[in-house]
Design a protein around this ligand. Sequence first.
Ligand code: ADP
Length: 614
Amino acid sequence: MLERLRDLVSHHWGYDSFRPLQQEAMMAAIEGRDSLVVMPTGGGKSLCYQAPALLSEHVTVVVSPLISLMKDQVDGLRECGVAAAQLNSSQRSDQQRAIERDVLDGRIKLLFASPERLAIVSFRDLLQRANVRMFAIDEAHCISHWGHDFRPEYRQLRDLRKTFPRASVHAYTATATPRVRADIAEQLSLRDPLLLVGDFDRPNLTYRVLPRTDEWKQVVEVVERHKGEAGIIYCIRRRDVDSLSEKLRRKGIDAVAYHAGLSPDERRGAQEKFASEKCDLVVATVAFGMGIDRSNVRYVLHTGMPKSIEHYQQESGRAGRDGLEAECVLLYSAADAIVWRNMLERGGEGVEPDPAWVESAMRHVRDLDRYCSAAACRHSALVEYFGQQYTAENCHGCDICLGETESVPDALVIAQKILSCVYRVRESFGVGHVVSVLRGEDTEKVRDRGHSRLSTFGLLKTSTKHELREWIYQLIAQDFLRQTEDEYPILRLGARARDAMRGVVEVKLRQPVVRKRDKSSSRPPSGPAPLDPLQPHDRELFERLRKWRRTEAEHRGVPPYVVFNDKTLRDLARVRPTTLYELRSIYGIGDAKLEAFGDALITQIREHCATAPS
Ligand code: ADP
């Protein structure tokens, strides 16, 4: 059986091995044992149900939350020579009938449908008649309200088990803490499921959490560093998306905006432009992502802290899905948690949010806040959050392990000075004023209040405004200070202030390492060596193949990565195969693609070699 599976995977997908846990997940599907498969984004979940579906006599039903996501998957499968189809409400009834007939006649191996459709009696009827034996539930965390992306329509899947007692049910998700995991199994009534939890580490990603000092400058630096590569910039608020994308366009950088406030047409347009590689940069809120399968995203930049580690893991996880190196930068200020609290407490459109919900959401915010302000390896912190151990001492792939930030020496003394200043101004002023007093600024407000006579006046005058602000927010995050939630927030001493004043606790403050500028380059320390470097003379061919891929994709009405992903193009550029036999051994080229694109690829490569014989 395993041999047949391997042959199928090689024949259709052109892969010569399995990724970790894929084999186990596939065997569970083949043996009809329920399973819950948790793998990080890019781990290769789809293949776990796609390949076994080919071995089954019956149609396999895949439940997926978004029509766009289904369309890309179906297109991708067809390009690989797999009989797949989707049924959705936007299709004409004659199209739907044709697909239903194909399903009943056994001509379709994989049928994609939304959770809503599964609740429709006539659809269930069709599946009964087709004798469905296997359901694959994609993005299964959507069923759990403990998860970060609960979708009520997923609850309609709860009685699948009863309606189809002979079918096995397989759940797939990228983000699930142990609690969400248990909830998925319970909601879907999984029977003795095989639980497979993949390695959450993404070694090809370099994580950086940088203090947000000059947002615009920092954004431009990252975008320019990745010129010609695909990236996603996430902002917390819609208005920030609009203004940042506008500013980037004015600077001549082609960026599209995406958020839930845009019309469906505008959103579709933006998504299409990005997916088809007509545009390489999207500025978006969290609304953007699900359904984005572009695998060659080389960087994800957050201009502010997202609202949970799950969100961060999922959003940053959209970088480097092709397994090649990519960068995830989070511009952080300890003030972000306060922005979130205000937003969560305000709730949406006049609806008073449930305090228990706000508290649970704030727990997620605080978890991420701790991740950002901590001085621990990012890879290790993320992996451990998902209940796994990280053993490497140095990941060589995050700001901490690369030595880009450092502890502030004398953090305790600095904290004591700040706390005592807050105390001296009688816990009645905001961050700005406290910073002015500590820096010894001769402002009207300082003079009027007589604060220039305080013993704490000018106590930290060698520090910059920005440093002081940042430290204050870091002290808030560690409960040494707190900030009121009024319109003009005021600094008060926090629960641990007394311990800090007595010097009986450890206080941690971080700052970026100031390096002497290397004149030859404005790049930050580079991180790990690229996993799959492309030599300059191969790059030209790679770019040529990319262009060819874009035209080919447009011609077929599919996104470029459905034709080939970047890893395949890189291998082609390096190996330069000129016969069909050689082509077949390239990553991602199975028999269907060999037949469809083989000759065209050989022509491209030959022409390139004739003009640039390097
Ligand atoms: P997920 O759904 O877990 O985010 P995907 O199923 O989209 O991940 O797979 C991510 C990428 O890995 C895709 O480009 C896919 O084609 C590729 N892939 C999956 N399995 C393998 C494999 N066994 N060998 C090589 N590439 C694979």
